[in-house]
Ligand binder design. Structure first.
Ligand code: NAD
Length: 449
């Protein structure tokens, strides 16, 4: 089938590459000329494991194309996916300007009727707005387009396997024809087990927000219990395993940490609350989830100052800048809250992240002296007064603690991801502060690893 995808971000690129890989004829369109130029020479602008190779294969196979020429991409396809960004506006609602701009482009260019699939995360009622925009723009030539809601559930870091082996495919559609076409598009991925769920458009739109709000709630819940555990002398890791064993709760997604970040949970929880507000309904649970998360993002700084006191003129090493491992996405990352607080307090930061360093530099171009980005994890520790861990990259899990002690001014780690065993850290001479567990202090001053 001939498909056009608007937006070559995390969702658009993965969707385009995966659908091209199974043989669909895919054109990816973006308004960002520089991005398209890079993609055309095989330079993938985001870090997502496996994505470069997949794109390369599909481009060489002749099924994947990149362009900024939106009108001819509209005319050349049967199905048009909208996968552009829907960031928060100043009220916290989803800003639909990019989605509606694509709808306008489609209406202006289309000469035959199309299926327009909204893959961006959009508030309930957006399908109707897209349809109204298409109809209004095409009232003269009477072309009727169909609108489908097909929210995306991929996770950055494992996006390709999530897309190719989805837990479910949600399709909000009004006609049997649209359902049939969506089935054909996804058929290569659901041949063994059809996981498609068909529903009305509004339910599909709400399903996406409900899923993200539920996941964010789990994180805020465990963080709240973790903070309580610290104050009561309990250990959240025992508590986590204890509750996870209950099948009604489960072990997934109840890891305590430095708060959720990324491009989805923060904006989607806010946008859902705004949708509810417009519907005249109060959402105290969503408000609490957000409040707890905002507080949690400050916990690392608070823990650090408990140990160091004033951070003025201190140097602090930070491991991990991405909001989670296996991505270069730093949108709303807890590392940003920490580092901005450190700068505010007059500290200097030496940071290491295996893939997100460049993104971080681009986000803070005016901090040449207060931010040193190190090429390896040990170099970031040189002369620093403490290490703070923000992201649980695999390469932080079993470091050489003796090497670390030689580089740092003092043996102090604040760990936002609970990577190490507190008693062991105490036995090898470290002060170790983590989430939801008691801070341990050196039992010896030296020791081996
Ligand atoms: P992104 O910011 O990485 O990429 C969006 C792209 O759209 C950009 O390249 C931008 O230049 C392009 N764009 C903007 N206006 C355009 C237009 N008129 N025509 C063509 N291209 C245009 O966004 P993303 O992270 O891929 O997210 C896209 C949507 O998918 C959002 O609604 C998001 O909430 C949702 N989503 C994201 C994820 C994720 O993990 N990133 C997962 C599920 C759903």
């Amino acid at each position: 089938m001939r498909l056009t995808i608007f937006g070559t971000g995390y969702v658009g690129l993965v969707t385009g590459a995966c659908l091209a890989d199974v043989g669909h004829e895919v054109t990816c369109v973006d308004v960002d000329q520089a991005k398209i130029d890079r993609l055309r020479i095989g330079d993938v602008p985001i870090y997502e494991p496996g994505l470069s190779a997949l794109i390369d294969r599909a481009v060489k196979g002749g099924t994947l194309h990149f362009t900024t020429d939106a009108p001819s991409s509209v005319r050349g396809a049967d199905v048009l996916f909208i996968a552009v960004g829907t960031p928060s506006d100043e009220t916290g609602s989803a800003d639909l300007q990019h989605v509606l701009a694509v709808a306008t482009t489609i209406a202006e260019a289309a000469e035959t009727s199309k299926i327009v699939v909204v893959k961006s995360t959009v508030p309930v009622g957006t399908g109707e707005r897209v349809k109204a925009r298409l109809q209004f723009m095409q009232r003269a030539n009477k072309i009727e387009h169909e609108v489908v809601s097909n929210p995306e559930f991929l996770k950055e870091g494992s996006a390709i396997s999530d897309f190719m082996r989805p837990d479910r495919i949600i399709v909000g559609a009004e006609t049997e024809h649209a359902k049939k076409v969506m089935h054909e598009i996804y058929e290569p991925y659901i041949r063994n087990h059809d996981r498609t769920m068909y529903m009305d458009i509004k339910s599909a739109e709400l399903t996406k927000y409900a899923a993200n709000a539920m996941l964010a709630t789990k994180i805020s819940f465990i963080n709240e219990i973790a903070n309580l555990a610290e104050r009561l002398g309990a250990d959240i890791e025992h508590v986590r395993r204890g509750i996870g064993a209950d099948q009604r709760i489960g072990y997934h997604f109840i890891y305590p940490g430095a708060g959720y970040g990324g491009s989805c949970f923060p904006k989607d929880v806010q946008a859902l609350a705004q949708t509810a507000k417009r519907a005249g309904y109060d959402t105290p649970l969503l408000a609490a989830v957000e409040t707890i998360n905002a507080r949690q993002k400050r916990v690392l700084f608070e823990k650090l100052t408990q140990e160091l006191g004033d951070v003025r003129d201190r140097t602090v090493a930070v491991w991990g800048l991405a909001f989670k491992p296996n991505t270069d996405d730093i949108r709303e990352a807890p590392s940003r809250t920490l580092i901005e607080a450190l700068w505010e307090g007059g500290a200097r930061v030496q940071a290491f992240d295996p893939v997100a360093a460049m993104e971080f530099r681009l986000a803070y171009p005016d901090r040449p002296n207060e931010l040193v980005l190190s090429a390896d994890k040990y170099a970031a520790l040189e002369g620093a007064d403490a290490l703070v861990i923000c992201t649980e990259w695999q390469l932080f899990r079993a470091p050489d603690f003796e090497e670390m002690a030689l580089r740092l001014n003092r043996r102090l780690i604040v760990d936002g991801r609970n990577l190490y065993v507190p008693e062991r850290m105490a036995s090898i001479g470290w002060t170790y502060s983590s989430i939801g567990r008691q801070t341990t202090r050196p039992r010896t001053t030296g020791g081996t690893t």
